[in-house]
Design a protein around this ligand. Sequence first.
Ligand code: ATP
Ligand code: MG
Length: 419
Amino acid sequence: MHVRKLKGFRDILPAETPVWQQVESAVRRVFGRYGFEELRLPLLEETALFRRSIGEATDIVEKEMYTFTDTGGTSVTLRPEGTASAVRAYLENGLHRSDPKQRLYYLGPMFRRERPQKGRLRQFHQIGAECFGWEEPEADADVLCLLWDLFAELGLSGRVRLEVNTLGCAADRQSYVERLRASLAGRTDDLCENCRRRLGTNPLRVLDCKSPRCQEATVDAPAILDGACPECTAHFDRVRELLSIQGVPHAVNPRMVRGLDYYNRTTFELLSGDLGAQNAVAAGGRYDGLAETLGGPRLPALGFAAGIERLVLLLGDARPHDGPVAYLVHRGEGAVAEALRLRRELAKAGLRADLDYQARSFKAQLRAADRRGARFALILGEDEMAGGTVTVKDLAEGTQTSVPAAGLAAYLGNHGAGC
Ligand code: ATP
Ligand code: MG
């Protein structure tokens, strides 16, 4: 029997990893400039963490979590997102005691048992940022600038649009839920089965449903913003004002609620027209009540997560594969050992060289050099071994020259070869 990978899980092959590395290094650069420090979190947590924070009546908790009981009898879950773990780690390690204000980021796999399709997997990867300790709208604006600048760094700012909304405070949402229920009361027949049930348990989720009929049924639903309290309205207005001052284009989407229960006030999504149905590349918002929900002190906070698979789809895999600078071609007594030695020497000098361990014909090895995209072939035959030299063949120019083995790294360095 042939064992295959699980549905919704992927191998990221060498042809694709350069784009991933490009994304990861851009992320580290931009986060570093904005003063965010990296946090590395466990992949497995107690199930209670996610149930409590994400909310019982959400898609994630109701049907998407990989939950099992370990042999010790504890219910554990593969993390479906990073914010709950980040807040847990912050509280558990007492980071708030040394300095309640912290900017943190993480990068890594998340797990949700959803229906796999383009841009939707069961193991996917997120970049996440969390900004702890500030209530001020300036923090919201700064995090949104960071998100925008991250996409600019990747050359993607022309391919995405930013939508923002406010969910107000708990009191705003309570009164909103009543208005929403009233507005949907006459349209229950148009809602999917799940939303009909959610109208009772968690009506905000109806606005987040992906079914076109549910979306159609909520077109005329009231906006939270219209009934938000003066403080929440002022907060939202200030975020928008700051974004305009910073030149970050955005639009208000009064129906955006996000799929997790912990959000309040500012929420946002970065959307792309080039991704088909799964059009959100990044999303986030404020979650001022989450630390208390998890048994900690009051901690105003906000953050976002971006899906790396969707970012990679946007970037495409057009980036050419970098070939090695040199390919060592060896033949005859002692030549393979000398080739290995030279490869190590070139590596120490920061140059990438490649070789075949098998002493195949010159012709086969030169063909391999070409196939790998090497710039130079370094030939080690009987004459070269006897004279302590290497014949350097420039594969682009078709020229060749004899270079003393001892001066090889310097020669390649001078001839424009970098790694
Ligand atoms: P969506 O509306 O696409 O289901 P979501 O509201 O569930 O997204 P979040 O939980 O906020 O999204 O996650 C943030 C980002 O993570 C998304 O914008 C997306 O880029 C990515 N993401 C979420 N779920 C998946 C998945 N199953 N496969 C790939 N990427 C995902
Ligand atoms: Mg989702």
